[in-house]
Design a protein around this ligand. Structure first.
Ligand code: XMP
Length: 509
């Protein structure tokens, strides 16, 4: 693959992935590299442009992340965002000081006419989040934007094509932020824009064919977006040499099994092995209440079933996985403590000698969805919210029984279909019902009831690392609650979860 490349250098920002996504939305391929990369590595990749991300540090803090200043001398256009701008200033001889007060939120910026801001007029609404600020410009730089609080809200060295913005063009709050990024890529760095979904598919198909040749591959299909799109893409490339193994662990949502079988088996004509392993999994899970034990049992059992089925396929040498770019970036940089061991369904058994085929490794979720649409997967499948590998097992709090799963499936189905009906489904990152382990007293007709409590969860997020609870309309929540209590036997109370992540997590277990 030989595309125009933009490198986003990550200084520990919350928003690095968002920057890379915005660049790709402008049809320019981008990758994230850690700030520890050497100048040779960075320059050696021959990027058309470099973006320095924000970050939590102050340039004067001990051990503050830095970059080799040689990158400023390589003739590559550079845009520093927030910390990236402060560091640029600091390294090139300007002065950064702690601002009088921390600036957080909207600001009106007076923009100067320049390639970055040209067509916008003078006033730009921007989103600020910083403590330090550039106080004195480095030699050769001029200020190209000011706010009431920051005399240098943006700066430029026109000759060297080095720019800095104190605000965050990548977040949606900065109106016209994507246009600013586009201006940097096209007007400053001279990109032409050669990253499209159609070109990705063509190249991916060629790469898969080159890797697999006439060999045979298997794929663990979970019904989730990533593995579905990976399977569809590989099927496009190698046809019947791919066999998909769909392990139904009995922990899927209502209608999910039928949909996977219909889409892959009938509609796309993929060789599909559908393994009904529900009894096996539920048997292993009987009496188990601890979330991490549930995950472990499901992970192990999954591998066992998968291995048995893979052996029947015989001479497969390749394993297709739906790994996507955020998985790659996170496993490359993760230093965080393990909060939950995310079991990746389709995970590679250690002693299985299969070569991995991971055609989506470079893509963000929205790009994966676009590929799926182009390959003809139904909207209901590609537009679907993320669903955890252990499935409903971690949404039935405590011990799992067949009866509890039935209750949860019915309640979840009502919630999700009402969301779709109200046009709210695509506005939330993820929504689902949880069957809590709490029972409470209610009254129905003239009878006392003692029933289960269903919790509804809906969150907004861009990467699941942090999330905010969705402000769903009260009338909507009221309707869902009514339907669940009336239609799902055994439930007499519905609550809505109004905690964000952190301090909560998205799933309850
Ligand atoms: P949490 O609950 O950690 O979830 O805030 C973040 C995202 O990950 C999903 N999730 C999982 N996915 N196996 C998975 O494949 C798991 O064990 C698992 N646990 C959580 C969750 O649905 C959310 O999208």
């Amino acid at each position: 693959m030989n595309h125009e490349l933009t490198l986003v250098i990550d200084f520990g920002a919350q928003y690095s992935q968002l920057i890379a996504r915005r660049v790709r939305e402008c049809s320019v391929y981008s990758e994230i590299v850690p700030y520890t990369a050497s100048a040779e590595e960075i320059i050696g990749r021959q990027p058309k442009a470099i973006i320095l991300s924000g970050g939590p540090a102050s340039v004067y803090a001990e051990g503050a992340p830095r970059i080799d200043p040689a990158i400023f001398e390589a003739g590559i256009p550079i845009l520093g965002i927030c910390y990236g701008m402060q560091l640029t200033s600091h390294l090139l001889g300007g002065q950064v000081t702690r601002a009088g007060r921390r600036e957080y939120g909207f600001a009106q910026m007076q923009a100067e006419a320049c390639p970055l801001f040209d067509q916008f007029g003078q006033e730009l609404q921007v989103w600020m989040s910083h403590g330090d600020a550039v106080h004195q410009l480095p030699p050769g730089f001029v200020s190209i934007g000011r706010t009431d609080n920051a005399p240098v809200a943006a700066m430029a060295h026109f000759e060297k094509q080095i720019y800095g913005v104190q605000f965050h063009p990548e977040v949606a709050h900065t109106r016209r932020g994507t246009e600013i990024i586009r201006n940097f890529l096209y007007r400053v760095a001279g990109c032409r824009g050669d990253w499209t979904i159609a070109s990705f598919i063509d190249e991916a198909v060629a790469r898969i064919r080159a890797q697999v040749g006439g060999g045979r591959a298997i794929c663990g299909l979970s019904g989730g977006v990533d593995s579905s799109v990976a399977a569809a893409l590989v099927h496009w490339a190698i046809g019947d040499n791919l066999t998909c193994i769909f392990v139904d662990h009995g922990l899927l949502r209502q209608g999910e099994v039928e949909q996977v079988v219909e889409t892959f088996g009938h509609h796309l004509g993929v060789r599909l092995v559908h393994v009904d392993a529900a009894r096996r999994f539920l048997g292993q899970l009987a009496g188990v209440a601890d979330p991490e034990r549930k995950r472990k049992i499901i992970g192990n059992e999954f591998i066992r079933v998968f291995e048995e089925e893979a052996a029947k396929v015989g001479d497969a040498r390749f394993l297709v996985q739906g790994t996507i770019y955020p998985d790659v970036v996170e496993s490359g940089t993760a230093t965080a403590a393990t909060i939950k061991t995310h079991h990746n369904v389709g995970g590679l058994p250690e002693d299985m000698v299969l070569e991995l085929v991971e055609p989506l490794r470079e893509l963000f979720k929205d790009e994966v969805r676009a590929v799926g649409r182009q390959l003809g997967l139904p909207e209901e499948m590609v537009g679907r919210h993320p669903f955890p590998g252990p499935g409903l097992a971690i949404r039935v709090i405590g011990e799992i029984t067949g009866e509890k799963l039935e209750i949860l499936r019915a309640a979840d189905h009502i919630f999700i279909s009402e969301l779709r009906q109200a046009g709210l489904y695509d506005q939330v990152w993820q929504a689902f019902a949880v069957l809590t382990d709490t029972r409470s007293v209610g009254v129905m007709g003239d009878e006392r009831t003692y029933g289960w409590t269903i919790a509804l969860r809906a969150v907004e997020s861009s990467d699941a690392m942090t999330a905010d609870w969705s402000r769903l309309p009260y009338e909507f929540l009221g309707r869902v609650s009514n339907r669940i209590v009336n239609e799902v036997a055994g439930v007499n109370r519905v609550v809505y979860d109004i905690t964000s992540k952190p301090p909560a997590t998205i799933e309850w277990e």
